[in-house]
Ligand binder design. Structure first.
Ligand code: NAD
Length: 333
């Protein structure tokens, strides 16, 4: 039995979390949930954004499933996601994007796994505002160690999962220092995994290639900012943010999360699509070594997605969140 810290989050978070819990219960997955919330709702109730009890639960269980959290733009508190990633050195952001039958998209045959460096770069939180001069500086901090860790993780994943190629997306032609560190780290990792083909592409060309011929890519590794953008681009190739999984992984802790936001426009209506959080929960099961449970639920999910009449409104179907969950349960074999 695995104990998982469960962070329902804000907006649609509690609705999609409940759907995942129901599916796991029906499939008799050997997990027990330790619910500890964070975010806007928690703040409104208790005055704390990230309660100490949540941190203790994370440190005890080392694995969490997290719903989306509302983050105010340009003011207020620092992103809880960024805070947790940095506090626990969750340096890998893993984002698989694969075409699924039944999910509307312009492309076919996409099967990409993106590794985004998750703690450095422009999201290091190193910003200064010189008010009298009206100038804001945001530092793009890249370290040799951080670059080595993320590049090695991408190659190790490729080797473990029978993938053939790793592509580094970078801007080393302009960022002569920070960009070059990543390029050097990727070359170093590629020497350690000679069976994996390696190529590097400049980020602007990478975007063009991704939208014209995405099936040429296999595993992609990149820095924090480029990875943030590319991972949503890749989600768009396979049906959007409502259907892709995400994970933040460190050497000692992993937090699996839906990559979409708290969707305030549909919160409380019971119509959100739980697929993204469910797929993140399946990544979590693989991480825990529970591959058979993950495969069984994935088959049922894919069967559900093949039938529009079993899907939620964002996929053109009539189902509510709970009906969608029930459809997945009915499709369990
Ligand atoms: P969003 O992802 O919440 O919503 C964008 C659009 O997609 C909306 O129309 C929404 O209804 C729809 N949508 C999103 N998830 C859906 C789902 N599961 N099923 C059906 N439709 C879905 O993005 P936003 O509006 O830019 O952000 C809202 C809030 O979420 C902001 O406070 C933002 O900071 C936060 N956010 C949190 C995370 C996170 O916690 N990981 C990620 C992104 C945004």
């Amino acid at each position: 039995m695995h104990t998982i810290t469960l962070i329902p989050g804000d907006g649609i978070g509690p609705e999609i979390t409940r759907a995942v819990q129901d599916i796991f219960a029906a499939a008799q997955v050997p997990v027990q949930w330790e619910e500890q919330n964070a975010g806007q709702t928690t703040y409104d109730q208790s005055g704390e954004l990230i309660p100490q009890a949540l941190l203790e639960s994370l440190e005890r269980n080392c694995v969490a499933l997290k719903g989306p959290i509302t983050t105010p733009v340009g003011k207020g508190f620092r992103s809880i996601n960024v805070t947790l990633r940095q506090k626990y050195d969750l340096y890998q952001n893993l984002r698989p994007a694969k075409t699924t039958e039944g999910v509307p998209t312009r492309y076919s045959g996409v099967d990409i796994v993106l590794f985004r460096e998750n703690t450095e770069g422009l999201y290091s939180g190193l910003e200064v505002y010189d008010e009298p001069r009206g100038i804001a500086d945001s530092f793009n901090r890249i370290s040799v160690e951080g670059s080595r860790k993320i590049c090695r993780a991408a190659f190790a994943y490729a080797a473990k999962h029978g993938r053939k190629k790793v592509t580094l997306a970078h801007k080393a032609n302009i960022l002569k220092m920070a960009g070059k560190l990543m390029l050097d780290a990727a070359l170093e990792a590629s020497r350690e995994f000679p069976q994996i083909q390696f190529e590097d592409k400049i980020i602007d060309n990478m975007c063009m290639q991704l939208v014209t011929k995405p099936e040429q890519f296999d595993v992609i590794v990149t820095t924090n900012l480029f990875g943030d953008i590319l991972s949503d681009l890749c989600a768009g190739l396979v049906g959007g943010l409502g259907v892709v999984a995400g994970a933040n992984i460190g050497d000692n802790m992993a937090i699996f999360e839906a990559v979409h936001g708290s969707a305030p426009d549909i919160a409380g209506k019971g119509i959100a699509n739980p697929t993204a959080l469910l797929r993140s929960a399946l990544l979590m099961l693989e991480h825990l070594g529970e591959k058979e449970y993950a495969a069984r639920i994935e088959t049922a999910l894919n069967e559900t997605l093949r039938h529009k009449e079993q899907c939620t409104g964002d996929l053109g179907g009539p189902a509510t969140t709970q009906q969608f969950a029930q459809n997945v349960i009915n499709n369990l074999r």
